[in-house]
Design a protein around this ligand. Structure first.
Ligand code: PMP
Length: 412
């Protein structure tokens, strides 16, 4: 967080940084409202990856030649930027993964699996993405332990008292989203962490939808693990981070074995590398890390506070405009929200609605959003979800609303 934020620019300038947004879809200028699934990339990220591929590509860490040094510098430089971005206290705490999903699986298998004893439990909430459900189901099955689910209310907020009621001396870990991808709910993660700290339960925050939209400081949140993905914050796919408290990572066994995660291998005994390399077996996604670093530079140049404020204002505008559409039903009306609004229109199936919007150049996500339990909680099979990023503006929202009005006409 050391880079000073750039002076306020007009949102139109940010939009101009993203080449993909200059195209038309079905003859209409593209309105991209699916950043919660995957955000578009600015030219700076695309160029950084292309330049690395053209001039610097080689394998990292063990090479003595110039290109290998350059690749290593770029890869390890990305780790330093990511450490700074979330204010981890040491670069050893930043494990580069292929995304949030891999990071959560790593914690389930390496932190929880060796610790879980019959009678123990893991606690998550009803609003989690499948990536923050299934890895815990797997490890609970493997160890004969229990997965407990904290309830959410009709607005799509975690019932914090209900969550606290599930946490006991047998709770090994609490896993919770920073921001829900299906509902947009911002969870009170600092309060939850403080509560868990007193009860000695570790906390993992799934930050896939947090980091792109809010300033995140893992030391202030005080969590044990924080996970996020590059492609939701203008970086390449196949990149992500597991932040872990150093003492915990240090005590955890490796998750995958192979090159780079070892110091010495014999058939009698293998010794493992130091942190964070112990958790990075095999050739990593080097070009992805280069793009990820460029995405962090981009975000830091604008400043996460400015991004959060801009998006918050635009989100309010989107919600108030959508509220004016006849026949709309909101799914997710939490008091604290970021980026996302899920909805249904009349009794139109969400996929049909999404297809009609696409024909008008408006890209939204439809379906269960990898959060089937959320859909079950609200008694629907899926929703339409519009999600914002800093390159969106009020015109995009107006185009969405016009496209919805058109869908109503079509469906009569
Ligand atoms: N958690 C949340 C809240 C998400 O939105 C996503 C992506 N939709 C994930 C986890 C999984 O991220 P990835 O697919 O990048 O591993």
């Amino acid at each position: 967080m050391s880079t000073a934020p750039a002076p306020l620019r007009d949102a139109a300038d940010w939009r101009a940084d993203f080449p993909a947004l200059r195209q038309s879809v079905h003859g209409r200028p593209l309105v991209y409202l699916d950043s919660a699934a995957s955000a578009q990339q600015p030219g700076a990220v695309i160029d950084a990856v292309a330049s690395y591929q053209r001039e610097d590509h080689a394998n990292v860490h063990r090479g003595v030649h110039t290109l290998s040094h350059r690749a290593t510098e770029a890869y390890e430089g990305a780790r330093d930027k990511l450490r700074d971005f979330v204010n981890a206290s040491s670069r050893s705490e930043i494990v580069l993964t292929k995304g949030t999903t891999e990071a959560i699986n790593l914690v389930a298998q390496s932190y929880c699996r060796p610790r879980l004893q019959p009678g123990d439990n893991i606690v998550i909430t009803h609003l989690e993405h499948h990536a923050n459900i299934v890895p815990w189901q797997l490890v609970c099955e493997q160890t004969g332990t229990e997965l407990k689910i904290a309830p959410i209310n009709d607005r799509g907020e975690v019932e914090v008292d209900g969550l606290y009621g599930l946490i006991d001396e047998k709770t090994v870990l609490v896993g919770i989203a920073h921001v829900s991808n299906a509902l947009g709910t911002v969870n009170p993660v600092e309060d939850i962490v403080a509560y868990c700290r007193d009860r000695e339960a570790a906390v993992l925050i799934d930050g896939a939808q947090g980091v792109p939209h809010l300033p995140v400081d893992v030391q202030t949140i005080d969590c044990d693990f924080y996970t996020f993905s590059g492609h939701k914050m203008f970086g390449p796919t196949g990149t992500g981070v597991l932040y872990g408290r150093e003492a915990l990572l240090d005590a955890m066994p490796p998750w995958q074995g192979g090159g780079d995660m070892i110091l010495e291998v014999t058939f009698d005994k293998t010794t493992y590398n130091e942190l964070p390399y112990k958790f990075e077996a095999g050739t990593p996604n080097i070009s992805g890390a280069v793009g990820f670093a460029a995405a962090v530079d981009y975000l830091q140049r604008i400043g996460m506070r400015q991004i959060a404020d801009y998006e918050h204002e635009l989100h309010d505008y989107m919600v108030s405009r959508l509220r004016g559409v006849d026949g709309i039903r909101f799914i997710g009306e939490a008091t604290r929200k970021a980026s996302v609004q899920s909805f249904l229109l009349d009794d139109i199936h969400s996929h049909d609605l999404g297809t009609i919007l696409d024909h008008q150049g408006v890209a939204v996500r439809t379906g269960h959003h990898c959060a089937m339990p959320v859909m079950q909680r609200f008694g629907v099979s899926g929703t339409c979800r519009a999600s914002l990023a800093l390159y969106n503006n009020r015109d995009d929202v107006d185009r969405l609303v016009a496209a919805l009005e058109k869908a109503r006409e079509i469906f009569g």
